[in-house]
Design a protein around this ligand. Structure first.
Ligand SMILES: [Zn+2]
Length: 114
């Protein structure tokens, strides 16, 4: 395991991207944060906690009310995942002939591992 926190984005493990997809188990996994824990950048300290600015924004959207109410926000310490995804490949007709197109799709009811 790298010397990084898991991304604290509340929906990071639900965003369907190639790099989050683990084909062998059919799951979407949350990313690691961009920067290692021991990075002491003054310019992007948040990079130790998030993989992207969109995950930072989602964290604020989801947790600011809790912070205002002094309710502790849990720190994510394990890799979260969403199950039930598969890579679907199809043959398609294009103007240059047949080509193969693939995408990641949800294939059954999602159950989250918390
Ligand atoms: Zn993230």
């Amino acid at each position: 395991m790298p010397n990084k926190h898991f991304c604290q984005g509340p929906r990071c493990h639900e965003r369907v991207t190639q790099d989050r997809f683990l084909k062998s188990r059919g799951v979407i996994r949350g990313r690691y944060a961009i920067l290692p824990r021991d990075n002491d950048s003054e310019y992007y300290g948040r990079g130790k906690f998030f993989c992207s600015t969109s995950c930072e924004n989602q964290w604020l959207d989801e947790h600011m009310t809790a912070i205002e109410m002094r309710i502790p926000v849990p720190f994510i310490t394990h890799r979260r995942e969403s199950q039930g995804y598969a890579k679907v490949t199809e043959e398609r007709e294009g103007w240059q002939g047949t080509y193969t197109s693939s995408r990641i799709e949800r294939v059954d009811n999602r159950t989250e591992i918390e």
